[in-house]
Design a protein around this ligand. Structure first.
Ligand SMILES: [Fe+2]
Length: 259
């Protein structure tokens, strides 16, 4: 069970990081899956190395067991004030150290919500679960975020209901008194629940170890939150493939099949 303070922190600040019941064995097998799926590829001569490697639609059992972990479903229900929630999509991301690089980050929102979306019951929004598979320090590519910025944008949306379903850079957002960016720090095995309607972005890894995170967003069942609509067919294909691989008592987290 999350505390009322933790749920309020999600709603007001946009992110909250908590301890989880994930076991050492489960975390170790999930890390192994990450390392085999996301190797560092040496660039060919003259090419630039890709330090941020990612993948979608994973089928490795330890990662499927994160998607179907009851702790994530239960926490997403509490955060969203929803009787039931459904899984949206997943991505795994590994950020390798960049020797000699300067610390930089990109700021954007992926989606906009109005204050009434954020404050309704259930909330008409995603709760993104970020499962940390490495410690995250100020140096190892922390996600940078501006606490409370989703609420400023949500207030602006009341007068200007310009919804989006693709990322928008900070320079194209309304000029509002946003808080300064802060790093989201966490320990391996913790989960951050956050909204990508808050200004956020990936940063450079200037540390000495790779940062590993798995994104697992949920929305309230029966509430359509429009996002990444270009990939909707691909998502349903993944749900169909994932269904038989989930435990029978966990399949209810998948969205209803489309006709
Ligand atoms: Fe984003």
């Amino acid at each position: 069970m999350l505390t009322t303070n933790q749920i309020n922190q999600f709603a007001e600040l946009g992110a909250v990081t908590v301890d989880t019941p994930l076991t050492e064995d489960h975390l170790a097998s999930a890390v192994d899956a990450f390392d085999s799926l996301l190797p560092f590829v040496e660039p060919t001569e003259g090419g630039k190395p890709n330090y941020r490697v990612s993948s979608r639609d994973v089928f490795e059992q330890p990662l499927i067991d994160l998607i179907q972990h009851p702790f994530l479903e239960q926490s997403a229900k509490e955060i969203l004030g929803a009787e039931a929630v459904e899984f949206f999509a997943t991505a795994i991301i590994k950020s390798y150290p960049q020797p000699g690089a300067e610390f930089q980050f990109w700021e954007h929102v992926d989606i906009k919500y109005s204050l009434s979306d954020i404050d309704s019951r259930p909330r008409r929004m995603f709760c993104s679960c970020l499962v940390w598979l490495s410690d995250v320090t100020e140096k190892t590519a922390p996600l940078m975020y501006r606490p409370g910025s989703h609420r400023l944008i949500g207030g602006h949306m009341v007068e200007h209901p310009d919804y989006i379903d693709d990322p928008v850079n900070i320079g194209d957002l309304p000029d509002l008194p946003y808080a300064e960016p802060e790093p989201l720090l966490a320990k391996k095995g913790q989960v951050s629940f956050l909204t990508t309607g808050m200004i956020h972005g990936a940063s450079t890894n200037i540390g000495s170890h790779a940062r590993k995170v798995m994104f697992i967003p949920f929305s309230p069942k029966g509430v359509e939150v429009r996002a990444n609509m270009k990939t909707v067919e691909q998502r349903y294909e993944y749900y169909r493939a994932l269904g038989p691989l989930l435990r029978p008592d966990r399949r209810h987290i998948l969205p209803e099949q489309r006709a």
